[in-house]
Design a protein around this ligand. Sequence first.
Ligand SMILES: [Zn+2]
Length: 374
Amino acid sequence: MATGNRLPRYFRGRNMSWSFPIGHLFGSELRVHATFFLLIAWIGVAGWLQGGPGAAAVHILYILILFACVIAHEFGHALTARRFGIRTPDVTLLPIGGMARLEKMPEKPGQEILVALAGPAVNVVIFVVLALILGAERLAAVTLTEITLASLPAQVAVLNLILAVFNLIPAFPMDGGRVLRALLSLGMDRASATRFAAGAGQVVAFGMGLMGLLAGNPILLLIAFFIFMAAGAERADEAMRVLARGLMARDAMITEYEVLRPDDSLELAATTLIRTTQHEFPVVDPATGAALGLLTRPGLYRALDAGPRSGPVAGVMDRDVPTASLTEALTDTLAKMQTGAPAVLVLGRDGSLVGYITRENVGELMIVANAKGG
Ligand SMILES: [Zn+2]
């Protein structure tokens, strides 16, 4: 369904918490969100109640084939993006669809359109191939409610058509929203085009939510909620990118903060957390001033829960924190945070820590920079 990092925050994150890897495909890690198994279990139970274990197996087979088509769709995006030099570190399966996390979206409208259309195009190809094999009569006779082994190929064909059409709705976060934004940005600035496509997404979500309520369909409601949140996130991200243009890492960084030493105890970290307003603490080598990592609030909570308070922060800090130079373009720094990093550490020319940047203080900078007053 979606490309980029346009998921509501609770689905995001470096490891997309609650998702785990099941293998690699075309150089991207394939991940599955835990809730996906809930969906499979639910489908299986529904099948069992309808027609016993045989029906349960057919239902599960059906959902697995369907999600294979979703993965094919996502790789349509990913492999097209690769032609423009953009990598896709991972593809995640959610119960509501798939998500290819592209490093970035191409900003050239033509390329963005090709990447966006490649996903639905895969579903169209699957549909056409199946349609040619099955013939029009079997497709016309298909019902989507009763799933049997004999009807499965025709149902998969029709669902691929639905997937393609649904994703072409010209609204964020659907692929069609990306096409719309790219087309609009030929005639207006990208931020306005994004606002328009995201607004369209929220209108679609609202209509879908209303339908879900009226029909008493919880799945439709869930999808509507997801679309609404993702469309809003898209708009916020783009607004941030626009405002960040022309700014550097040093314009956004926090320069007054407390640091921890690697051998400081968790007890000390805990009292520092309470004593200050900071939610994350750079861990710095006292001799060289070099940044060794970052202790986050969730990381500290987990550590306090799990073990003795006398342990050193070095054992629980996050070592894999992105860094930036003082003069790095803020748009690049933001891109580093897109992958779910809690903060970006800003290093001086000698490699020592001079500040750090969080989403929250970039947000503050944006509000201040955007304020109307003189
Ligand atoms: Zn897509």
